[in-house]
Design a protein around this ligand. Structure first.
Ligand code: SF4
Length: 180
């Protein structure tokens, strides 16, 4: 990364201006984004500002499973954003399609069309989760090694949980066989 890009990234991440696009949401996630931007949560303490035109934004908040109708518009909005730019998928729909999975009108998530930096699960996610995602994005850019460590730790916990559950099921099966 050149010096110019480093300065741009530094500025973008210290005061991330966000734009919001609905790629086919039921409006549940959009309402939570609006709630997150109210003075109650005071997101301006992180430098977060909502911007109408995507040309002024650093971060694109995308809600909803990608509909065929919205697809080209969302891609155009993403292309209009200046570099460096980041995308946060808000809710389960833009991550996987959620309840609209395999519908004739949807793409099952948005990452086939635009790159996603952070996913927020939830249907819809709470405002706190949305704010947490933006701060995670900041950390991902400024301290990538910490995020990598966190991910490794989460993977380790998840694998241990899966293994423990497998053992519990095996034990239950064996107990059943003994009693029958
Ligand atoms: S994740 Fe849930 S609330 Fe959000 S757009 Fe999809 S269905 Fe609606």
């Amino acid at each position: 990364m050149g010096l110019k890009d480093k300065i741009r990234t530094w500025a973008a991440i210290r005061s991330p201006w966000v734009a919001h696009v609905n790629s086919g949401s039921c409006n549940g996630c959009d309402i939570e984004i609006l709630a997150a931007l109210t003075p109650h949560f005071d997101v301006e303490r992180f430098g977060i500002l909502l911007k109408g035109p995507s040309r002024h934004a650093d971060v694109l908040l995308v809600t909803g499973n990608m509909t065929l109708q919205a697809r080209e518009r969302v891609k155009r909005i993403y292309e209009q954003m200046p570099e460096p730019k980041f995308v946060i998928a808000v809710g389960t729909c833009p991550a996987s399609g959620s309840v609209f999975f395999d519908s004739y009108a949807h793409m099952n998530g948005i990452d086939a069309d635009i790159p996603v930096d952070v996913y927020i699960t939830g249907c819809p996610p709470k405002p706190e989760a949305i704010i947490h995602a933006v701060t995670k994005l900041i950390k991902k850019v400024t301290h990538p090694e910490e995020i990598k460590k966190e991910k490794e730790e989460l993977d380790r916990i998840l694998i241990a949980e899966v293994e423990a559950e497998r053992k519990r099921r095996q034990q239950r099966r064996e107990e059943k066989e003994v009693t029958s």
